[in-house]
Design a protein around this ligand. Structure first.
Ligand SMILES: [Zn+2]
Length: 441
């Protein structure tokens, strides 16, 4: 995500009552191997969608699982007004909303033994709130980012029920397979995560999107225009734009997007999803760009460098290599900034400001309390740390290390300890003093 700094949330310094998540060692995360099967039908404009969601999953955690939790992140800003509502469960019984209606406990009929598979299903209604945001509505266009309910993660620290603190991202999900059928009027275009095929029946269209090994599923709906090009590396870059976006901004995003998706593929491992959607709008409330698997929301037009390169870097950092974005926001944001610098050739010489008063590796609860300026640590100094690490390892060793790190966490989850171990394995220099000097704890 790229923030618009004038709109930082500095209110609400009150503590949010959740246990902080901690590093989890080798304890297995779960539920895993999830398969989402979703069928939704829209109203005439694509703002409200109703239908049913089914989630099959395996208890990969190594211990019995009596319940699962759904994360209803779409309720993050509106709370129990619930723009995302679920009901009519099968395969489990709803047992209470919590965390400002962003978490729903679903009790299973019997504790699911380790290694066993089951499924839950429920009816779903979601209406995009009237605001130009990742889950929101702007003009005649609706956006469904972090709107579709997804499974929470359990590990040695327990269930991860962190709140949406209103800045950055608090999300944490394991890679899963999605089949999502969206039925909508033919006048409504629906860019979405995954590879989409459409069937038209009169004035209605069924768009079926298939996405494998992704952490989330996002879409948008409205009278978008679109173009598609294939990058030299073989990735389809589909650009969608609202009526307020200029032709120059479309060309700019597409050109930068094509170059970035291929360059990052060479650096970190080929982009595995075949296609990426760039979705451009002329206004967003709280960000200039926001990443989802195979789908990014972007501001356009923009005078100089747009957020497209940063958001595409997130396809690797958060997407392919996952992390708990509440616990370790720097693990995706610093890497996205550093990757953008690699792409543009910025070596950030002399970027380190000296001793920092706070640690780069703080969680989003901390940054919420810190207030304005928090992103300087997570994004700017975090990326600078990676530049300095490159200066310690040498550029070829840094590049090799990042490829190996990506490969070993491909579709998995990384932690601070994992990254430190990967970096340490790439050099004979003891990095303890380096981490200390760079506020990596
Ligand atoms: Zn970002």
């Amino acid at each position: 995500m790229r923030r618009i700094f004038v709109l930082l949330f500095v209110l609400g310094l009150g503590a949010v009552g959740v246990a902080p998540s901690v590093a989890v060692g080798n304890v297995a995360r779960g539920p895993g191997g999830a398969a989402y099967d979703v069928q939704l039908t829209s109203d005439a404009t694509g703002r409200t969608w109703t239908g049913r969601e089914r989630i099959a999953f395996t208890n990969t955690s190594g211990m019995p699982m009596a319940e699962v939790y759904l994360r209803l992140w779409g309720n993050g800003w509106d709370g129990c007004a619930q723009p995302v509502k679920v009901s009519n469960f099968s395969g489990g019984v709803p047992a209470g909303l919590s965390v400002n209606c962003t978490a729903l406990k679903v009790k299973l009929p019997a504790a699911l033994a380790a290694g066993k598979r089951t499924s839950i299903a429920f009816d779903l209604t979601m209406t995009a709130p009237e605001r130009p945001d990742r889950f929101g509505r702007s003009g005649g266009y609706s956006f469904f980012g972090n709107a579709l309910p997804v499974l929470a993660v359990r590990d040695a620290a327990g269930w991860h029920l962190e709140p949406d603190v209103g800045i950055g991202e608090s999300y944490y999900a394991l890679a899963a397979d999605f089949v999502v059928r969206l039925d909508h009027p033919a006048a409504v275009q629906v860019p979405a995560t995954g590879l989409t095929s459409t069937v038209r029946r009169g004035k209605q269209v069924s768009s079926v999107s298939i996405a494998k090994q992704v952490r989330d599923f996002a879409w948008a709906a409205g009278p978008f225009r679109q173009s598609v090009v294939t990058s030299p590396g073989g990735i389809k870059v589909r650009t969608w734009w609202t009526g307020a976006v200029t032709a120059g901004a479309v060309t700019d995003a597409r050109t930068k997007g094509v170059a970035a998706i291929d360059d990052f593929g060479k650096r970190f491992g080929k982009y595995p999803y075949g296609e990426v959607d760039l979705v451009l709008n002329d206004q967003w409330g709280s960000f200039s760009g926001m990443e989802y698997p195979g789908f990014v929301l972007l501001i356009a037009p923009r005078a100089e460098e747009g957020p497209v390169v940063h958001e595409l870097a997130h396809q690797w950092w958060y997407g392919i290599v996952g992390n708990n974005e509440y616990a370790d926001p720097w693990l995706d944001e610093a890497f996205a900034v550093y990757s953008t610098d690699l792409h543009t050739g910025d070596t950030a010489e002399g970027c380190w400001p000296g001793t920092l008063d706070v640690s780069i590796t703080n969680n989003m609860g901390y940054w919420k309390r810190y207030g304005a300026g928090w992103s300087r640590y997570v994004y700017t100094y975090g990326a600078c740390m990676l530049h300095d690490l490159e200066r310690v390892l040498g550029s070829p060793a840094m590049a090799t290390m990042l490829r190996a790190y990506t490969k070993s966490h491909w579709y998995g989850v990384s932690t601070v300890a994992d990254f430190k171990a990967a970096a340490q394995a790439a050099t004979r220099t003891d990095l303890t003093a380096f981490w200390d000097a760079h506020s990596i704890n």
